[in-house]
Ligand binder design. Structure first.
Ligand SMILES: Cc1cc2nc3c(=O)[nH]c(=O)nc-3n(C[C@H](O)[C@H](O)[C@H](O)COP(=O)(O)OP(=O)(O)OC[C@H]3O[C@@H](n4cnc5c(N)ncnc54)[C@H](O)[C@@H]3O)c2cc1C
Length: 465
């Protein structure tokens, strides 16, 4: 680019894609108007990196490489405090403005506010959601929704824009990085683990496969843990390698399509709930549950973390998490229920463990997925629903394929024995651990503890009070 022109920055954060990216389009437009170029930037944020586990970091590393490839090797990857990095770039490259997509989670909001208060101009275009958190409110009084179903109805009525056009990368005026601007992290997938492929191209390819082969049966197959029946879009959405609008656009009115749309809406609902109730990042959404009697984590918690509880469906799921950084939604619910209602531990412990291990970790979905299952979240029929980990396995892994894949100690068993190794002579042939608790006993214990806090009706405090 010639000297004397002014340039813009596209600061990528949770939107690691070129297509359907309104903030990038805004950056390109402004740069073109000024006869300048776009500097594509990612800043490695030590605060966020510190909390992420090795599988998620490896995924991020791959995703940055994929974004760089799409940007023809022009991604600037800088390490350091955001204000310092941005100030240096602004000065060096005659930058007029920094383009971003809006953030709604506490950390991102505070980071952007800090950048702005240092005198750096941020221009927000778009967000990681079809409908930004805070937009869908009750028409009667303008307050946020606390329950999913009416939120969903209003969210659909509100609607969303069509995907934005995708610029041809060869036509984007891009600022070339210097050698010192290419600080790509070298995070490797831990040995023995295998994570899904990262990047926009992988996201679009998988979504196409899902659309052509799986979507029409999604309403049925999505529940079976051993079946490839879901979209596997969660990590792509987490990093913004694909936008939810792109997933919503091709959906029709069949039951299967509707169920898929409703799942996307759960992500948006939880983002909205967290946005309106930031305290729920750590606290009980229904505060009465903080008074319940919980146990302290010890050996049983360790067994849960390692996938050695002696409950085959739970153990398969935890080992899937440990090796793949992903877990099927059905088993996320089963292991969460097990931690809270069979082991009587607080949901925050499990949330933290998932946070460390999930490649698709999403603050709002994780926190409220946990709270929903624990019975203190956004659910109308909460605590009494206690998943039976054995029956869930029989129902949602009828052939035992899921267990066989992740629990080699049980691979010699056929269904239904694989779900109850204690009922057959050779069940413990390969040192599979004995059950750490008795589910029937712990179920009653759980209900007794609920009785102690006398929850008749779950009350949610007014977020605006
Ligand atoms: C305890 C618990 C913790 C969870 N933690 C996370 C998390 O950290 N990150 C995350 O993305 N999802 C989380 N979920 C939700 C859900 O399990 C995953 O989104 C889903 O399994 C991802 O697989 P998929 O992309 O194939 O989903 P699909 O079934 O194909 O669904 C499509 C998309 O809809 C959204 N979605 C589906 N189910 C849910 C749900 N119950 N809540 C919110 N969004 C949903 C996701 O964005 C998902 O990618 C959690 C659920 C529970 C019960």
């Amino acid at each position: 680019m010639e000297m004397g022109t002014t340039n813009t920055v596209m600061w990528f954060r949770r939107d690691l894609r070129i297509g359907d990216n309104p903030a990038l389009l805004a950056a390109i437009e402004e740069a073109r108007e000024n006869g300048g170029a776009v500097l594509p930037l990612f800043i490695l944020d030590p605060a966020l990196i510190g909390g992420a586990g090795s599988k998620r970091l490896a995924y991020l590393s791959d995703s940055l490489r994929a974004l760089d490839e799409s940007l023809l090797g022009n991604l600037h990857v800088m390490v350091g405090d955001q204000v310092d990095v941005l100030k240096a770039i602004i000065e060096k490259h005659s930058i007029t403005s920094i383009h971003i997509s809006a953030e709604f989670e506490r950390y991102g909001v505070e980071r952007d506010a800090r950048v702005e208060s240092a005198g750096i101009k941020l221009i927000r275009t778009g967000s990681p959601y079809a409908v930004a958190p805070g937009r869908v409110v009750k028409p009667s009084d303008g307050t946020p929704y606390k329950v999913y179903t009416p939120f969903y109805k209003n969210w659909r009525e509100h609607g969303w824009r069509n995907p934005a056009i995708s610029p041809a990368t060869s036509e984007i005026p891009l600022l070339k990085p210097d050698a010192g601007d290419r600080n790509f992290p070298q995070w490797e997938v831990p040995s023995g683990c295998e994570i899904s492929e990262a990047g926009e191209k992988a996201a679009l390819k998988r979504f196409k496969y899902f659309q052509e082969n799986l979507l029409d049966n999604y309403d049925e197959s999505r529940n079976f843990a051993g079946v490839d029946g879901t979209s596997r879009m969660s990590a792509h959405l987490k990093w913004g390698e694909i936008h939810p609008r792109t997933l919503l656009q091709p959906l029709g009115s069949s039951k299967a399509h509707d169920v898929f749309r409703k799942e996307i809406a759960w992500r948006e609902f939880y983002a909205d709930v967290l946005f309106n109730n930031p305290r729920t990042e750590y606290e009980y959404y229904a505060p009465q549950f903080a008074n319940m009697h919980y146990d302290k984590p010890g050996k049983k918690y360790k067994a849960w973390c390692e996938g050695k509880t002696g409950f085959p469906f739970v153990d398969a799921a935890m080992r899937q998490l440990l090796t793949e950084g992903w877990m099927h939604n059905r088993t996320r619910m089963v292991v969460a229920s097990f931690l809270v209602k069979d082991l009587h531990l607080e949901w925050q412990l499990g949330e933290k463990f998932f946070r460390e291990h999930l490649v698709d970790f999403d603050l709002a979905s994780n926190i409220h997925g946990w709270q929903w299952t624990a019975g203190c979240g956004t659910d109308a029929s909460p605590y009494y629903r206690i998943f039976n980990p054995i029956e869930q396995g029989k129902r949602f892994d009828p052939d035992g394929d899921y267990i066989r894949k992740y629990v080699p100690e049980l691979a010699h068993l056929n269904a239904p024995d694989i779900h109850e190794p204690w009922s057959v002579l050779d069940g413990y042939l390969h040192d599979y651990p004995a059950q750490i608790v008795n589910h029937a006993t712990e179920r009653l214990e759980s209900l007794a503890r609920l009785q102690e806090i006398k929850v008749q009706k779950v009350e949610y405090p007014d977020p605006n009070a």
